[in-house]
Write a protein that binds this ligand. Structure first.
Ligand code: VG1
Ligand code: CO
Length: 545
């Protein structure tokens, strides 16, 4: 097998964000663009020769082309074997499960997650380590540095592999194993939950669920697990065939982009009692009860509070972890259980060391991501099965379970306001001006609310001591309410400002106040403090979740 070294020159901006490198397909399609980034990953690794790599993606446009390119480059760098999902498909949690099960050296996941797909949509790539989790910041920083000095990439000459048939082929000395993308993952989930009990719930005439795969990667996984293994009636999974452009939609399971599902659960004629959805790459989840959308932060807290009902977690949780902007609802559960609660920066890569060290069992983010130590990624279908297991044991509707949770722990009223596609310079200016005023903010009043403290979140990993700065600006009020400001690290056009708002209400008599109403004074404070309208010209957020 002859390795061919192809001369190249650096592209600017190949800096991984919250979850890998995400750019427009048109950017990735430039000659040498993908190759440079993959070579930078391979150059940053050491010891991959003879080892196993896992490769797959969410099936979006360009997935198939990229896989053929990466296979040839993996052969050139000396990998001994690559496990590829059939048709190039592997959801993010399934890729993590496969890496762990087969003790692979690492994996490459091709996805831009919830971002739209198609020739004018987005594409993405990220590297996961042998623990199955996203590479940490020191690795991605090193990859970025390498992209800035790259002068060639290595590949081999070899025809495209037929990815549609399971089995083994070769590229030179390297074995390419095409695997069933669902089997290992389904087996793992089956080992965690009480499938018999969930199957009995799904068979009940008074219980009907809908799972919306949003034309993205979870379709085949949900069909196998919910309909084939658990016996849910055919048609339970909707939009179940992964399409390269997600049928033109936005595979982001929130009340805006999954409005159909929310509407169906609000309409008693649908006969539905429970709804769920997942995102482009299958790591996010949305949980919907009858006329009730469960806030992701509440979901994490409910999962933690009910862990004793789930076979895999019945013996107890070592701890829980949440990203900083996620509401503090889970903190209250941790306090009641007497277990630690860790607060990390946004992005799943920060949970890996805590999970590896056995310090926490459940993790979650406000952005509809929850997961556990069963893999090292957030896991959409896992969360759905966890909820089904709780519903099956407690025999109560999802909204009643959340309302009871509020009565016991109080309600952390929570919402995220996104201002999408603002100019990068405006986003930077807003954050810089806010940062510059942090020291003056404590003691000042806006909209009748008094600021108690303000800071820029920095995190020291308690396991490896690594430090991450500037992870979001926090404005804290006397009563524990918060407004948090961050710029998104996953977008591909302009900047997205995320404003996270939270207020704690202990009094059960006030738990039914509509979320936006309860948060209105805080919204006013956020705008006044950060001068959102003044700097961006935007009066309203684009997406409220
Ligand atoms: C967003 C979410 C974050 C999540 C990340 C990747 O990042 O806020 O919680 O981990 O997406 O999720 P950002 O930087 O845009 O806020 V996924 O499902 O896109 O892999
Ligand atoms: Co995702």
């Amino acid at each position: 097998m002859q390795v061919i070294s192809v001369p190249s020159t650096p592209f600017s901006g190949q800096k991984p964000g919250t979850s890998g490198l995400r750019k427009k397909v048109t950017v990735f399609r430039q000659a040498r663009y993908l190759e440079n980034f993959v070579q930078a990953i391979f150059d940053t690794l050491s010891g991959q020769q003879g080892q196993t790599l896992v490769l797959g993606g969410d099936g979006r446009y360009y997935n198939d082309v990229a896989i053929q390119t990466i296979l040839r480059m993996a052969a050139a760098t000396g990998f001994g074997r690559v496990l590829v999902g059939r048709n190039g498909i592997l959801s993010t949690p399934a890729a993590s499960a496969v890496i762990r099960k087969w003790q692979a050296f690492g994996g490459i996941i091709l996805s831009a997650s919830h971002n739209s797909g198609g020739p004018d949509g987005d594409f993405g790539i990220k590297y996961n380590l042998g623990n199955g989790g996203p590479a940490n910041e020191s690795f991605t920083d090193a990859v970025y540095l390498r992209t800035q000095e790259i002068s060639s990439y290595d590949t081999v000459e070899s025809p495209d592999i037929d990815l549609s048939k399971e089995g083994e082929t070769r590229i030179g000395d390297m074995v390419v194993s095409i695997i069933d993308p669902v089997a290992d993952y389904a087996e793992l989930l089956e080992s965690l939950f009480d499938f018999d009990r969930i199957a009995r719930l799904l068979a009940r005439p008074d219980f009907r669920m809908r799972f919306d795969a949003m034309h993205a990667v979870t379709g085949p996984y949900a069909l196998e697990i919910l309909e084939n293994r658990l016996g849910a009636p055919p048609g339970t999974v909707v939009n179940g065939i992964p399409l390269p452009d997600f049928a033109g939609g936005h595979p982001d399971p929130n009340p805006v982009y999954a409005a159909d599902l929310v509407a169906a659960l609000a309409d008693s004629r649908s006969g539905l009692s429970f709804g769920a959805a997942s995102d482009g790459d299958g790591d996010r989840n949305m949980i919907v009860g009858r006329n009730f959308v469960v806030s992701p932060s509440d979901s994490l807290a409910v999962l933690a509070a009910n862990h004793a009902l789930i076979p895999a977690y019945a013996s107890g949780l070592a701890g829980v972890a949440r990203s900083m902007p996620t509401s503090c609802a889970v903190d209250r559960v941790a306090a009641a259980l007497g277990i630690p609660c860790y607060e990390t920066p946004t992005g799943w890569k920060y949970f890996g060391s805590l999970l590896d060290a056995g310090r926490c069992t459940l993790c979650g983010e406000e952005s509809a991501g929850t997961g556990s130590n069963h893999v090292r990624e957030k896991d959409g279908l896992w969360a759905v099965l966890y909820w089904l297991n709780i519903l099956a044991v407690r025999d109560l509707p999802a909204d009643v379970i959340v309302r009871e949770h509020w009565r016991r722990f109080g309600r952390n009223v929570y919402s995220r306001h996104d201002y999408e596609g603002i100019e990068i310079a405006q986003g930077d200016r807003l954050m810089n001006e806010l940062r510059a005023r942090l020291a003056q903010l404590p003691g000042s009043e806006y909209e009748g609310l008094r600021i108690a403290a303000a800071d820029d979140f920095a995190y020291v990993d308690p396991v490896d001591g690594s430090r991450s700065e500037r992870q979001g600006i926090r404005i804290l009020l006397d009563d524990g309410s918060r407004a948090v400001f961050r710029l998104s690290g996953t977008g591909t056009e302009g900047a997205t400002l995320r404003v996270y708002l939270e207020r704690f209400i202990a009094d059960p008599g006030e738990h039914e106040i509509p979320t936006q109403e309860a948060l209105a004074p805080l919204v006013g404070l956020a705008d006044a403090v950060a001068r959102i309208a003044a700097i961006t010209g935007r009066k309203e957020p684009d997406v409220i979740s």
